[in-house]
Design a protein around this ligand. Structure first.
Ligand SMILES: Cc1ncc(COP(=O)(O)O)c(C=O)c1O
Length: 306
């Protein structure tokens, strides 16, 4: 009999997410296998648990994070939830700077874990939040532990040691293509680095929104944004721009047809997978589904049309 595991902390449940077969394109491309890492199985409900835990534990090891310090960072939402959860589990205070227009589910989740929110101008997006957190830290550097997810090597390292290794294990090394969205770029960079180290012929495609004004929460349009220090362009064979509305439609379709209630950025990943499928028609494609659609119900992503 296999007994369910017993853990001494919720933080032990981060990573080792399931790899799910996605059958949406199977009829058209029977020789193509598509899989997605179901990152909403992380305890905080998103891929960002991996990076948040890795950066906090790296800070503890280096002595930069001590019990008297407040964890502070800018986040468009999922990293904030992850910091808030890890902070609650480990006994740290957490202060998060985010654009005022992030979804109400995200704001409520952060409050539920006892973290404090500071809002930046919604029109300035994630860059406005980055500028504001830098001001806060510059005023009182002694008060804070500022992981700086855009420039902290522990962020991609979480994916190098976790996501990338897991994909190789779960596909038994059969993966031929890797597709992932760009936010801080940690997921793509760390995972692609691990996959390319294993086999340089694994083809990697990074996905960003196709325009500065987009509706793909969690993703960043690099040509018009502050480029993250951890971004390593050499790991991307191609960078594609995903359109918002077709990405939403794919998110809705995969919910209806496969029972996968996914977030916007998963729709963008699927848009890229479909385009890739039309080109290659065969292979083992792995992508990452960063979070679940229940985090976006108030945004209307799944509202049925009259
Ligand atoms: C919903 C969603 N998708 C994708 C990403 C991108 O992940 P990364 O920051 O590792 O590039 C994020 C990051 O915040 C996210 O919240």
């Amino acid at each position: 009999m296999i007994r369910p595991a017993v853990h001494d902390s919720i933080t032990k449940l981060v990573g080792n997410t399931p790899l799910l077969r996605v059958r949406l394109f199977e009829e058209r491309y029977p020789d193509l296998e598509v899989y997605a890492k179901a990152e909403w199985f992380n305890p905080g409900g998103s891929v960002k648990d991996r990076a948040a835990l890795a950066m906090i534990e790296d800070g503890e090891r280096r002595g930069a994070l001590t019990p008297d310090r407040v964890i502070v960072d800018s986040t468009s939402g999922n990293t904030g939830i992850a910091y808030a959860l890890m902070g609650a589990a480990k006994g740290y205070r957490v202060r998060l700077v985010m654009p005022a227009n992030v979804s109400s589910e995200r704001k409520q989740l952060i409050a539920a874990f006892g973290a404090e929110a500071v809002y930046s101008d919604g029109l300035e997006g994630s860059d406005g939040a980055i500028r504001l957190v830098r001001e806060l830290v510059a005023e009182h550097p002694e008060r804070y532990f500022y992981p700086d997810q855009y420039n902290n090597p522990a962020n991609p390292m979480a994916h190098y040691l976790g996501t990338g290794r897991e994909i190789l294990e779960q596909t038994e090394g059969r993966v031929t293509h890797f597709v992932a969205g760009l936010g801080t770029t940690g997921t793509f960079t760390g995972t692609a680095r691990r996959l390319k180290e294993h086999d340089p012929s694994i083809h990697t495609i990074a996905v960003q929104p196709d325009d500065a004004f987009h509706g793909l929460e969690g993703l960043k349009h690099l040509p018009t944004a502050i480029v993250p220090g951890i971004w390593d362009e050499s790991l991307a064979d191609e960078v594609w721009g995903a359109p918002t509305e077709p990405a939403y439609e794919l998110a809705r379709t995969v919910a209806r047809r496969e029972g996968l209630l996914v977030g916007h950025s998963c729709g963008a990943a699927l848009w890229a997978v479909e385009r890739l499928a039309a080109r290659v028609e065969r292979g083992v494609v792995v992508t990452v589904f960063p979070d679940s659609g229940d985090r976006y119900l108030s945004t209307g992503l799944y509202r049925t049309r009259p």
